[in-house]
Design a protein around this ligand. Structure first.
Ligand SMILES: [Fe+2]
Length: 153
């Protein structure tokens, strides 16, 4: 539901999505106080302006911004891949690990560097990873990023 605003436009889809979600959830009978949590989470999930304003927003940020893997690439023509396609296609393994005792949220990635150098990953994912770090801190946890067995964050 967090990306529902894309039906209007990719630009500011967090904001439009929050408004759309409010209406839909109200029609489904949800209480206003619960709607407010969800709408503010949706309205804060994009890296351009989002903040982990509550637990749901923090969880959404981590779930959304760690979502990188080959299965996301719809384009079948490798020759026409843009940087997003390349990075996602190169991500052969992607898992979020919760180490409860140490309060760590760790994103483990296996990136095929024949397809995409790790630097390209950072070119488009650095802002997202910083956002994950803030969201993890909101949840009183630490965010770690491990790419090809090297801890980078
Ligand atoms: Fe989004």
């Amino acid at each position: 539901m967090h990306d529902i605003g894309n039906v209007v436009s990719r630009h500011d889809h967090g904001q439009t999505g929050a408004i759309l979600a409010m209406r839909i959830l109200k029609e489904m009978g949800m209480d206003y106080n619960e709607i407010a949590y969800i709408a503010s989470a949706i309205g804060n999930h994009e890296e351009e302006y989002g903040h982990p304003v509550n637990d749901i927003a923090a969880a959404l940020i981590i779930a959304d911004k760690t979502d990188v893997h080959r299965g996301r690439v719809r384009n079948k023509e490798f020759a026409t891949f843009d940087i997003h396609d390349r990075v996602n296609y190169a991500a052969e393994k992607s898992e979020v690990e919760i180490i409860k005792d140490e309060r760590i949220i760790r994103l483990n990635l296996k990136i095929n560097i024949e397809i995409c150098p790790v630097m390209e990953y950072f070119e488009i994912f650095l802002a997202r990873m910083m956002m994950c770090r803030k969201a993890a801190a909101f949840l009183n946890t630490n965010f770690q990023l491990v790419i090809n067995d090297a801890r980078l964050l």
